[in-house]
Design a binder for this molecule. Sequence first.
Ligand code: TMP
Length: 396
Amino acid sequence: MNKKFLDLGLQPLANNYLINQKKLSIKNNELYKLEVFFNLKSKLVSISKKIPKNKMFNNKYPYKSSMSKTMIKSFKNLHKGIIKDFNPKLFLEIGSNDGALIKNFKKNEAICVEPCNNLARITTQLGYKTYANYWDRKVAKKIKRKFGNIDVVYAANTVTHIENLDSVFQSIFDILSQNGILIIEDPSLLECLKKISYDQFYNEHIYVFSAIAVENIIKKFDFEIFDIQNISTHGGSLRYFIKHKNNKLYKIKKSVSKQINLEIKFGMKKMNVYKKFSNSVIKSKKKLLKLLKNIKNNNKKIIGYGATAKSTTVLNYCNIDNNLIDYFVDTTPDKSNKFMPGKNIKIYKYDVKLLKDVDYIFLGAWNFKDEILNKEKKFKERGGKFISHVPLPHIF
Ligand code: TMP
């Protein structure tokens, strides 16, 4: 049974950056109600309204993993670890995006699956076998027929996007070799609750997983988690290493019970913790608005840095428009000269000149705080300040 605990109001599609300023409407299916639920049985946290996948993942998908040095470094290390620990003959990535990870593999040992054509084209051009498809049993069968079983299947920030989890895991079950393993990584619900990062919820993030929920979902396929790594990407994620119960090559590490115990201790099996989170989210909204309004009343200029999908949730939930934030800067070419969905704040292609007369930067990409602070030392040196709403709105 699903119980609602969070109401984030009317939201647009988070990655639907607009070419022109536009007032969005519910009638035209441009706005939807974003509510978040906790399933009392499976302990799975999910959003209410599921948007048809082709409206979210198509040939205009703007997000590119290679836009950040942090992600490139994280994928390089992951590649090394996979070769060292599992040395797969065949590696398959579901949701390969622009090939940020795949590029580390040899062309004859890696296969990409990516439904967004604009991204699939990139890995195809790089010379990797790429299936421009949504992940399902059909494409798994097709790949198996051509290449046989896969030794390591990997999906980062992808499973959370797919509504039918049974189909995801069944298709992986179908294609994995006998001693094959599955690695998935997604934002950690524990980190989300601790950081009050309610912006992890938007139309694409159908689920924000806990280890408790993942364990419950995969057991019907006789899969079990044998290792969990806490990683810093996307504001704190978990990398789950999963195997079939009959695969005796790998022992279940202590990291699994450690994570699950942390989650239980935090109260994540019970509704109460989600209600508390919801109250903190309301407080966070009030505090952020007060802080931004105070700055504006002192005639200071605020801009946004990192036109993230997460920012769309914050702007629309808190009702922040270009009266408070003048514009956003972002390095992603496909976001340039567009507008933040729902709040019509212009996005400019990042150029350090755009920070010249800025007093405050709202960190839309707070998950890349270290990388951005390192890049913008000069802004800080001349007295510029940053604003982050995580863990609670503050200036630094
Ligand atoms: P994400 O939080 O969904 O991964 O998106 C991060 C966004 O922030 C992406 O659009 C790229 C942008 N970005 C910058 O504009 N400058 C930077 O230095 C970094 C690290 C990210």
